[in-house]
Each structure stands twice: as structure tokens, then as C-alpha cells.
Design a protein around this ligand. Structure first.
Ligand code: C2G
Length: 129
């Protein structure tokens, strides 16, 4: 079996996230998603509109996602890859090259982002309503 792993904040879940998760699910037969905790978001310099519990619940409800785990550090990726028997680590290509060091453990893939949508855009859209 082929398990895929990715990480993200996934705030204000939108079609860009859905289209990424669908493509990731198509790369293997199981998809594990590391959802950034609120504390790790602060470490990433990001704040999210939704708390971790809500973001994780929404991801778990997504048909493409088989398991959600908390992401609370930059360093956990190697441990997660080993623990979950990951064959493919994949992210959107705004991260292109950033995780190539994981290539000794598994395949590393960067997929094109969905254009014209982002959590930042959505926040501005809602504010302008
Ligand atoms: N994404 C996408 N298209 C968009 C917006 C996001 O494909 N229009 C992808 C991103 O490339 C990322 C995933 O959706 O792979 C989640 O995006 P974010 O929640 O912004 O994730 P980020 O904050 O970049 O967290 O350790 C890795 C970090 O936790 C990644």
C-alpha cells in the first residue's frame, strides 16, 4: 500500500485545499494530513481564524483524507514518515525544494497551487461583504 503525507494550516477550508487533497489522494491509497496546531501556527508567524480543533475536524470530514495528525514542529516530518510508513511526501509548490532533504526516506512531490484562491483572499472577500 502507498501512503501519502502532507501538512498545512488549512484555515477557512477552500477549493484550493480540496483540489490539493484530491490530487494527493490520487497519488496513493491512503492520505495522512498533518494539521498545524495553533501554537505551531504562531511559530510559523501565521494566525488562523479557526482553532485547531475545527480545522482538524473539517479535514477529517474531507472524503480525500484518511487520517489527521497534529503538526506542532518543523522537525516531526521525519518521525511521521517513519511512523506512518509514508511512501510519498507532497506539498503545494509554494514549498518547492524546501523539503528535498526528506528524499532519503520517501518520494518528495510538489504540486501546483490552485490559482486565485487563498485564505488571505478569503479574509479580504469576507471583510468586503
Ligand atoms: N494550497 C494550494 N492552493 C491554494 C492554497 C493552498 O494548493 N490556493 C496548498 C498549499 O500549497 C499547501 C496546502 O494547500 O500545500 C495547505 O496550505 P496552508 O494551509 O497555507 O499550509 P501552510 O501554512 O503552507 O503549511 O510544515 C508545512 C506547513 O505546515 C505548511
Amino acid at each position: 500500500s502507498r501512503t501519502v503525507l502532507t501538512y498545512g494550516t488549512f484555515d477557512l477550508f477552500h477549493v484550493g485545499h480540496v483540489r490539493l487533497l484530491r490530487r494527493l489522494a490520487d497519488l496513493g491509497d491512503r492520505l495522512v494530513v498533518g494539521c498545524s496546531t495553533d501554537a505551531f501556527n504562531r511559530a510559523k508567524g501565521k494566525s488562523s481564524a479557526m482553532p485547531y480543533e475545527d480545522r482538524a475536524e473539517i479535514l477529517a470530514a474531507c472524503r480525500y483524507v484518511d487520517q489527521v495528525i497534529p503538526e506542532d514542529s518543523w522537525e516531526q516530518k521525519r518521525r511521521d514518515i517513519e511512523a506512518h510508513g509514508i511512501s510519498i511526501f507532497a506539498m503545494g509548490d509554494d514549498w518547492a525544494g524546501k523539503f528535498d532533504d526528506l528524499a532519503d526516506l520517501c518520494q518528495v512531490v510538489y504540486l501546483p497551487r490552485t490559482e486565485n484562491i487563498s485564505t488571505t483572499d478569503l479574509r479580504q472577500l469576507v471583510t468586503a461583504l
